[in-house]
Design a protein around this ligand. Structure first.
Ligand code: NAP
Length: 286
């Protein structure tokens, strides 16, 4: 495993196991499979409805807590100082953890300043080892860095070969914020796993498209999250630290950038409408 060091000195494994869209029924087994395969970094969220199952896996896995890096994210409906504080304490209970390694604000809407102030206090109390945001565009991230006592240590954003976020990364590097990639495979959209340019590269290194993508991200110094419910793929996605992509192959992947999300653009009023709907659908469940 390779690591990055966050602006506060905390070490974070460069590859994590993501549990978005893994059902409650499957989650504990998948996380145990991942930890047995060698993952030490697990990424969940209040809105994934599986923090409890991640907690079960953590307590059963036999790995000492200090070796694991656990991330969760605060859901928008839990924003505002007091609600965020209570929700993080509840996440700790569900995760059966005395502390959480990284807590992110999941989305850049509603009262994220109040929410962030609660994270800062929990950080200072030692309940959280690092704090950050997710899906924050360069201007909103600059704002958070400029006007908070503790700058976000991480920003988790969609990053994959078709949406590379090169300018966003430059902005993060400039402000000392570690970039983390969600949907590294774009959830397989646009035939990602069979992209002909990636195929040329996979043949050369005798690696799969998934491995080449994860390696490309880690070589860009981006922390990558990979999700799978299949034991063999979980193992495959971890085998990325025994090869190095050449500069020429890195450049071939750079040329695939469409600078467009495979999902939706967070900076539109329609995206806000979509989240308002999601909040309603999830009311009382988080
Ligand atoms: P992803 O990792 O890009 O793609 C997951 C998909 O790829 C699944 O359908 C999986 O199928 C398939 N897959 C995985 N490994 C494979 C392999 N080696 N070969 C072929 N197919 C493979 O998508 P994601 O789950 O959306 O993103 C990863 C993590 O990022 C999430 O789990 C979550 O922790 C985080 N995330 C965060 C946000 C945010 O807003 N902050 C948003 C989305 C995701 P199987 O499961 O069937 O193997």
């Amino acid at each position: 495993m390779e690591y990055v060091t966050l602006s506060n000195g905390v070490k974070m494994p460069k590859l994590g196991f993501g549990v978005f869209q893994i059902s409650k029924e499957d989650c504990e087994k998948c996380v145990l499979d991942a930890i047995n395969a060698g993952y030490r970094h697990i990424d969940t969220a209040q809105s994934y409805f599986n923090e409890e199952e991640v907690g079960n896996a953590i307590s059963k896995c036999g790995i000492v807590r200090e070796e694991l890096f656990i991330t969760t994210k605060v859901w928008i409906d839990n924003y505002g100082y007091e609600k965020t504080r209570q929700s993080v304490l509840k996440s700790m209970e569900k995760l059966k953890a005395d502390y959480i390694d990284l807590v992110l604000l999941h989305q850049p809407y509603s009262d994220y300043y109040g929410a962030y102030h609660a994270l800062q206090d929990l950080y200072e109390e030692g309940k959280i080892r690092a704090i950050g945001v997710s899906n924050f565009s360069p201007d909103r991230l600059a704002d958070m860095v400029a006007f908070n006592k503790i700058a976000p240590q991480v920003n988790q954003v969609e990053t994959n070969p078709l949406h590379q976020q090169i300018n966003a990364q430059e902005n993060m590097v400039k402000r000392g914020v570690q970039m983390e990639a969600w949907a590294p495979f774009g959830e397989g959209k646009n035939n990602m796993f069979n992209n002909p340019i990636l195929k040329e590269i996979t043949d050369k290194y005798d690696k799969s498209a998934a491995q080449v993508i994860l390696r490309w991200l880690t070589q860009r110094n981006i922390v990558a999250l990979a999700k799978s419910t299949h034991t063999e793929r979980i193992k495959e996605n971890l085998e990325i630290f025994d090869f190095q992509l050449s500069e020429g192959d890195m450049n071939k992947i750079t040329a695939l950038d469409t600078k467009t999300s495979l999902f939706f653009n967070h900076q539109t009023p329609e995206a806000v409408d979509g989240f308002v709907k999601m909040i309603e659908e999830r009311k009382g469940r988080i």
